[in-house]
Design a protein around this ligand. Structure first.
Ligand SMILES: Cc1ncc(C[n+]2csc(CCOP(=O)(O)OP(=O)(O)O)c2C)c(N)n1
Ligand SMILES: [Mg+2]
Length: 554
């Protein structure tokens, strides 16, 4: 006779019904019933070395697959460790569910082991956060969490799982939600509003559509490109904390400053857009907005007042579909579109000649540009980017079918975890992660996770032996004589990687970079190229008068 199902069994059956293929986890007392229930489930369990890494992996999994990411950690300190990583997913608009073990409901208030107000702790960095009340509520709670994570503006949701809920018997009749119960709830724009938005954009001379981070997945970027092709209006996704100064967008800031009508398509009017104010934008810019969250529309209204001409509450994906359907290309805007595209593609010609002035180091451009060949070598290649100044150079120099960056949160440290999740999601494609030396140190032990699960990725550490982003702030704001505390040592991260059993190479000359990269890829191991760098400030990309067409639009 079969044992009656526990809450943990129902949880795993519910994950199966949701189509979950992979869970990122770090074990602990409260969640051991779930580990037990995962036996024979067909769901892959990746057991990491830090709870924040589980969330970063679930985040990247969601961005790369379009499926919900699942992180499973233990209660109390395990949960607390995981919470910090939720902020990155929240700002990247990545749909994931953090499942945390929790002290048993029947011991609450009595000083239970690792008792903590977990849901309150996660609430500010989640779309929703609550504690499951009973075994009977478990399956429905999980379906609701997954649906919420994927609906509207996607993002993380937290559900705490008390151990008595997981161990409690569910009863033979416990219903598992059907696959459809996990689907996002679409929020399409009201009838006619897509046509109204388009007509206002098409009456403008220099219209722009700015899309938010949720649209920066591979399929999201394809949808944005299709919308641009359908309506002839530049459609630009933004996911960087450097916002209008994002070096990946070349000299785009010059175009923003010339635009007369801007549609925010799930893009927040926040610090990344300098709150919509001059001189980043014209003082008379007309604003249009589509957003799933009424508070975002209110925020825009506070920022630009009456100049927010039309606001539509709807989700970005549904609206892109509606706009594409309603769109008619306007040849009159072709010149403006070409100018915007040229500005985004612009990189200073001087970069072609960039060389380090210090022996034994490379200029960031020398260390990065050759890697493009690896990213061009496969239709599913993944570029992961994380770090301070080196991250900005990498984003300016490299592009790929899949791109996962630390994003609007501006939080460093997730790169290695992102890369491992990418390898789980895309087993055959090259995964190239560029990180700073400071950043690489955050989750070094995940090299061990990569070894245990056979997850080879290529990490290129741009090693300038300092926290350069902060060093540059000191230099600029306080002066060279007041530099303090931002030095690191020129550590042998290649040897650290080899110590974990991976493949490590030290690179000190430009000509050694690609042979080392090829050997690293051929090793089939988690690999680190420790590239010694001249610490350059992040690039600022300007076409300037006469180089591009921006001057003509001012
Ligand atoms: C979690 C977190 N801690 C601190 C910071 C502040 N910060 C941003 S970039 C940076 C320096 C990163 O150093 P490194 O990875 O070596 O890159 P570099 O700037 O040297 O190229 C720091 C400390 C942050 N953004 N996120
Ligand atoms: Mg550094």
């Amino acid at each position: 006779m079969n044992a009656p199902p526990r809450g943990a069994d129902v949880l795993v059956q519910t994950l199966q019904s949701a189509g979950v293929r992979c869970i990122f986890s770090l074990s602990g007392n409260h969640i051991m019933p779930v580990y037990d229930a995962l036996n024979g489930s067909g769901i892959r369990l990746i057991h990491t070395r830090h709870e924040a890494a589980t969330v970063h992996m679930a985040d990247a999994w969601a961005r790369l697959t379009g499926e919900v990411g699942i992180a499973l950690v233990t209660g109390g300190p395990g949960h607390a460790n995981a919470v910090s990583a939720l902020y990155t997913a929240l700002m990247a608009e990545a749909p994931l569910v953090l499942l945390s073990g929790h002290a048993p409901n029947n011991q609450l208030g009595r000083g239970a082991f690792q008792e903590m107000r977990q849901a309150e702790m996660a609430a500010p960095v989640c779309k929703a956060s609550w504690t499951c009340a009973s075994t009977a509520a478990l399956a429905g709670d999980l379906a609701r969490a997954i649906r919420l994570a994927r609906s509207g503006r996607p993002g993380p949701v937290h559900l705490s799982l008390p151990s008595d809920v997981l161990e409690g018997l569910a009863g033979a009749e416990a219903a598992v939600p059907a696959p459809g119960d996990f689907s996002p709830v679409a929020m399409p724009p009201a009838a006619g509003s897509a046509a109204s938005l388009l007509s206002m954009l098409q009456q403008a001379k220099r219209p722009l559509i700015l899309a938010g981070p949720a649209c920066m997945t591979r399929s999201g970027r394809a949808a944005l490109a299709a919308l641009e092709a359908a309506c002839g209006i530049p459609v630009v996704g933004m996911e960087s904390p450097r916002g209008v100064g994002d070096p990946a967008l070349g000299a785009f800031s010059e175009m923003l400053a010339a635009a007369d009508t801007v549609l925010l398509l799930g893009k927040r009017l926040d610090f990344t857009l300098k709150f919509g104010q001059a001189p980043a934008f014209r003082a008379d810019t007309q604003w249009l907005q589509v957003d799933a969250d009424a508070e975002e529309i209110e925020r825009s209204r506070r920022a630009v007042g009456e100049r927010l001409r039309l606001a539509v509450q709807a989700d970005a994906a549904s609206t892109i579909a509606a706009l594409r359907e309603a769109a008619r290309a306007q040849p009159a805007q072709a010149g403006w579109l070409a100018d915007v595209r040229r500005a985004i593609a612009f990189r200073p010609p001087a970069w072609d000649e960039a060389r380090s002035g210090t022996a034994g180091t490379l200029h960031p451009v020398q260390a990065l540009r050759p890697l493009q060949a690896l990213l061009d070598s496969h239709p599913d290649a993944v570029f992961v980017c994380d770090g301070g100044e080196i991250g900005q150079w990498a984003q300016a120099c490299l592009s790929a079918p899949h791109r996962v960056i630390n994003g609007v949160a501006g939080s460093i440290g997730a790169g290695l975890s992102f890369a491992l999740a990418a390898r789980c999601a895309l087993p055959d494609a090259p995964v190239v992660a560029v990180m700073g030396d400071g950043t690489f140190g955050f989750h070094l032990a995940e090299i061990d996770t990569a070894m245990r699960y056979g997850l080879p990725t290529l990490t290129v550490v741009g090693n300038d032996a300092r926290w350069n982003a902060e060093y540059q702030i000191q230099l600029k704001d306080y002066g060279a004589e007041r530099l303090i505390g931002c030095e690191l040592r020129p550590m042998r991260y290649d040897l650290v990687t080899a110590g974990f059993g991976g493949h490590g190479e030290l690179v000190t000359r430009a000509e050694d970079l690609m042979p080392a990269a090829q050997r690293a890829l051929a090793s089939g191991l988690p690999a680190c190229l420790n590239v010694m760098l001249e610490g350059e400030a992040a690039p600022t990309v300007r076409m300037g008068p006469g180089v591009g067409a921006a001057g003509g639009h001012a």
